[in-house]
Design a protein around this ligand. Structure first.
Ligand code: NAP
Length: 400
């Protein structure tokens, strides 16, 4: 039963009974997914009184799937995501030395999920290492397909690496130390513009004050510098009526209704998120900067255990737990399902079911405020009641 989500003229068309593929994943994946699913179902039921319901379609991927079927991402999983467009997944492990870089990377490539989107804000009561975690309210748009992550690299002393060293000398006159490994960092106008376009559109849709381009263009002039240049270009060319570059502000004030486009050098930005977090809202950045920044910001609000995430393309999106498979806890019903549950709330927002999404977040806030939490939070919260993964899910339902 259920109906497929459609994508027409750049917009999702979501029925009241969408079929949504879910990949429980490896390690603790099934534990956290079993806690998450009832939370999302309850929120939808409570928000829409039975008029809306998700029809879950469980599909496989990852190491356990490989042991079962000999495939990391079976055709049936690819077909389901292709057909139904929006999915949710637990963490996946990739067996070392089986010819795959990463199942996660493979899924991103297959569906051209070019933006890794991670909102970062503090849930009151979650222990944090900083003085004022509530000052952080940002959303990261990390480019997902380019940069040093494109996977173009050669080991030292291979014929390919040696050949490249010669070509570099020929083209630039620069000497690369013999015996070096070589990695290539492609950053394109196309890849940058579609990412920054998504970030600015998000700021417009959510009435947010600024979009900051985070780059290292002072050193890498054409790659990271290109990201900065193309980012400002797309803002001016496509959103000129609603954006203004920071350099054109008078007295630091933005005209009413305009989104300020800023840029910051990455290392300075790591200071800014600690020292002046209130000045930042939407962040857009190349892949490697985004990798570092996502974890650093997540740490400021209490760590990856509660950090939601998603990979989004044009008409396709996969929402995911941001932590790994924590294999030592697999099957113990122990770990924190907060990350996948809050990713589920993002998914509900993406479907336009914001009332249900808000209920999920309210439930999480209530459970944390009542100090009924899993071991990872309990060990840092005085007087907390430590509960199992599934019981934390139930506490979230009770606080909706
Ligand atoms: P990890 O699985 O994230 O676990 C590292 C530690 O983080 C755990 O031992 C635990 O700390 C804590 N942790 C993680 N998730 C938690 C949760 N839900 N609740 C409470 N604590 C949690 O990282 P890893 O050990 O480096 O990686 C293990 C495997 O996961 C690898 O195969 C890796 O490739 C894979 N991985 C997958 C993804 C993905 O699919 N998106 C992402 C990262 C890693 P304590 O021991 O202190 O309690």
């Amino acid at each position: 039963m259920g109906t497929g989500i459609k994508y027409e003229n750049g917009k999702l068309i979501v029925p009241n009974d969408p079929i949504i593929p879910c990949i429980p994943g490896d390690g603790i994946g099934p534990d956290i997914w079993n806690a998450c699913k009832p939370v999302l179902d309850k929120a939808v039921e409570k928000a829409y009184g039975g008029k809306r319901k998700i029809e879950w379609l469980t599909v496989g991927a990852g190491e356990d799937e490989w042991k079962r079927s000999g495939e990391f991402v079976p055709q049936a999983t690819m077909d389901a995501i292709t057909k139904y467009r929006v999915g949710i997944k637990g963490p996946l492990s990739t067996p070392v030395g089986k010819g795959f870089r990463s199942v996660n990377v493979m899924l991103r490539r297959l569906f051209d999920l070019y933006a890794c989107v991670r909102p970062v804000s503090h849930i009151p009561g979650v222990p944090s290492p900083v003085k004022d975690p509530d000052a952080v309210n940002m959303i990261i748009f990390r480019e997902n397909t380019e940069d040093l992550y494109a996977g173009i690299e050669w080991d030292s002393n291979t014929p390919e690496a040696n050949r490249l060293i010669e070509v570099i000398k020929e083209l630039s006159g620069k000497e690369v130390r013999p015996g070096s490994s070589i990695g290539i960092k492609p950053i394109s106008e196309f890849g940058t513009k579609r990412l920054v376009r998504m970030a600015i559109q998000y700021a417009i849709d959510h009435k947010l004050p600024s979009v900051t381009l985070v780059h290292k263009g002072n050193i890498m002039k054409f790659t990271e510098g290109g990201f900065r240049k193309w980012g400002y270009e797309v803002a001016k060319e496509e959103f000129g009526d609603v954006t203004i570059p920071e350099s054109e502000l008078t007295d630091g004030q933005a005209p009413e209704g305009k989104i300020v486009i800023k840029d910051r050098i990455t290392d300075a930005m790591f200071q800014q998120i600690l020292l002046r977090p209130r000045e930042y809202s939407v962040l857009a950045m190349p892949n490697l900067n985004g990798d570092y920044m996502s974890d650093a910001l997540a740490a400021q609000v209490g760590g990856l255990g509660m950090a939601p995430g998603s990979n989004i393309g044009d008409g396709y999106a996969i929402f995911e737990a941001t932590h790994g498979t924590a294999p030592k806890y697999a099957g113990l019903d122990k770990t924190n399902p907060g990350s996948i549950i809050l990713s589920g709330a993002m998914m509900l927002d993406y479907l336009g079911w914001t009332e249900a999404a808000d209920l999920v977040r309210k439930g999480v806030q209530g459970a944390v405020a009542s100090k009924t939490v899993t071991y990872d939070l309990a060990r840092q919260m005085p007087d907390a009641t430590k509960v199992a993964c599934s019981a934390f899910g139930k506490a979230i339902c009770d606080h909706m």
